[in-house]
Design a protein around this ligand. Sequence first.
Ligand SMILES: Cc1ncc(C[n+]2csc(CCOP(=O)(O)OP(=O)(O)O)c2C)c(N)n1
Length: 667
Amino acid sequence: MQDTVSADRVTHSDLANAVRVLAMDAVETAKSGHPGLPMGAADIATVLFTKFLKYDAADPTWPDRDRFILSAGHGSMLLYSLLHLTGVKGMTVDELKNFRKLDSKTPGHPENFMTPGVETTTGPLGQGIATAVGFALAERMLNAEYGNDLVDHHTYVLASDGDLMEGISQEAIALAGHLKLNRMIVLWDDNEISIDGPLSLSDSVDQVKRFQACGWNAVRVDGHDPKAIQRAISKAQKSDRPTLIACKTVIGYGAPKKAGTSKAHGEPLGAEELAGAKTALGWSHAPFEIPDNIRDAWAKAGKKGRRLRKAWAERLKALPQEKRAEFERRVKGERPKALADAVAKLKDRLVAEPQNVATRKASEIALEVITEAVPELVLGSADLTPSNNTKTKNLNAISPGNYAGRYIHYGIREHGMAAAINGIALHGGYVPAGATFLVFTDYARPAMRIAALAGIPAVYVMTHDSIGLGEDGPTHQPVEHLAALRAMPKMRVFRPADAIETAECWQMALERTDGPSTLALTRQNLPQVRKVGGAENLSATGAYELSPANGKARATLFASGSEVEIALAAQKLLDEQSFAVRVVSVPSLDLFLAQPEKVRAQIIGDAPIKVAVEAAVRFGWDSVIGPDGIFVGMHGFGASAPYKDLYKHFGITAEAIAEKVLRTHNL
Ligand SMILES: Cc1ncc(C[n+]2csc(CCOP(=O)(O)OP(=O)(O)O)c2C)c(N)n1
């Protein structure tokens, strides 16, 4: 491979071998990691980074850069080597030496919040390629709004066999193919090896045919032939469809004994094999040492996009002030001031004209005004649009080739939707919200977890949030999902009780810029329980006293969502028996539990009897009511029946609450 890329006779192989040896050395030093993928995919990455990728290492967040997503996150040393060699600030050789150590910028798998130049957190196979669909879609949508002068870039993915075996990849490629996301180019590290051994142990899919069937271009190349890779990428860039380039590679390329075997996948090569690999690659330098000419050539590649970035910045500067400020606000992820005003006005209107509607409908009412106030909010649903109430009248759906719109029909692809949402948010310029039934968060959860971990401000509109959905029965009735989502660090779960709380929860979900939010909304109608509107967001502490006791409270009823109505009815029943109780609405249990002790103590109060009412499992509520508190909710799966019958059947009624309170009082 004598492809000379610069005047000082640095060859393609020199550049690729620099990537290989840094990965080998770092894994060896860390005594753990995955050398095989960086060694095998170094040629592909070198061609991409030196010949194509539009980026400037001096500003890895430049909005119009090409995105590179290492879907096979276990090969993280490939990415770290590239970031180091191209000269991304902070990606020093010491960071490579500290690979996988605490507080290094080189964690085991890439984390977008730890390492400059890492676009998204990857590691769970399949997430990267599916997230990339969101990146590629956001690019086209923002291009439709701002034109080629500001938004005109590609999304490249390096995917492994594992990425393509995961089910989520099917949802992702089907969506990208359907939408004709031709700026998306997947380079598949087709090495026929996974952990258990040869891929033939478990797989015989013809991936090229699969991608073609999904509306992609798909070609095969020798992944160690830089010219062939270059030709394929050039061609892909001109395509009207997304492209898969199946790059046939050898895992652990260069390692004398382990190359081409699963032994190269996930453990250090060992001193002897490492030395043998360096000899085979013609590399005679000390560990982590890169000769100046190779280092210079890589640094030059890192500056390749500088001129383009500067020209772009000039074009941005030349825009009318208002348009420029709006673009900058959006790509920085700052929310518009109009949001709080719009919600306050809506709340006042709701006080004047109460709406006794399902919270999914209340969400639609809120979205009618919020979508006007927040132009970057894009909504969508996994084929449940009429049930999720996410498509307001002012939103147009995007379609293949036409990306001017703010609504996305994701199809029945909850997992693909959640991952795409991550990509849309991370791309910048948009706040995405996706919808399905709450029970199907199970289908979306791995991507939701990435959102939580990576601090992605995505919003999930999850309707049909309990047995209150009725006749569809237990397959569709979530019981453990609220608890499961609340258990996820950094996930915020909202379960509003009425139209006003729904507006408040939407406001909080959108004002949040450091993590995702789930809105759990009802199918069934609910009375409007809130009497006050105004600018103050009462839901902001996660819980607040909705209805004070008539006298000194002897019990506090804590309830969320649809059960607030029931708690209020129980309060009335008890009041009639001169038993004073207060009702605390808990639109977000996790947010409430995150409040300072003093705030919590004040809201929990000192009434001796504590009751939690939620049509879901108890898990989590003991933090409020204690182990001796009364829980009125679900103790197992639901059933198929009209919802009012189900509430009676499962004992989630005002009468049952009142009876339990009085029984406890009389003990
Ligand atoms: C969802 C998920 N399941 C399992 C794993 C553990 N794992 C890491 S890499 C890998 C497969 C390795 O095969 P391949 O994707 O071909 O990578 P290569 O061996 O070529 O490096 C597995 C099962 C994971 N990271 N994510």
